[in-house]
Design a protein around this ligand. Structure first.
Ligand SMILES: CC(C)(COP(=O)(O)OP(=O)(O)OC[C@H]1O[C@@H](n2cnc3c(N)ncnc32)[C@H](O)[C@@H]1OP(=O)(O)O)[C@@H](O)C(=O)NCCC(=O)NCCS
Length: 85
């Protein structure tokens, strides 16, 4: 996912991901996984702020030396109240 550079840090990414988690929860998805480059400090901070935690890495996902962090969040019983959003 991405938010236009001039609109970042205004809560739009949070709104998008919260909406996606709500839809997934309604569809009875229990857990969400994502991958992100460990070099992408701002994205890791963003996902962490939404309750995702690093659970491992995916070696060479996009080729040699291009591994990714795997992050995971339970969304069982997820709702806006759960995040205070
Ligand atoms: C990652 C991304 C989608 C976040 O979108 P956003 O709309 O800027 O995020 P939000 O404003 O909802 O940020 C929510 C929280 O995430 C964290 N966060 C977001 N950007 C951050 C940054 N650059 N540095 C540190 N923390 C950050 C903060 O905790 C922030 O809360 P705060 O602003 O109250 O401190 C956006 O930075 C982006 O599009 N990046 C480029 C594309 C990309 O790397 N996507 C991820 C690919 S896996």
């Amino acid at each position: 996912m991405a938010v236009s550079t001039d609109c970042q840090r205004a809560g739009l990414g949070t709104q998008l991901l919260v909406a996606a988690m709500e839809v997934a929860s309604e569809e009875r998805v229990a857990t969400l996984d994502l991958t992100v480059s460990q070099k992408n400090v701002s994205a890791v901070a963003f996902y962490t702020s939404l309750g995702f935690r690093v659970v491992g890495d995916v070696p060479d996902m996009f080729g040699p030396d291009r591994s990714r962090l795997r992050m995971r969040r339970s969304i069982e019983g997820f709702g806006r109240a759960a995040l205070g959003a």
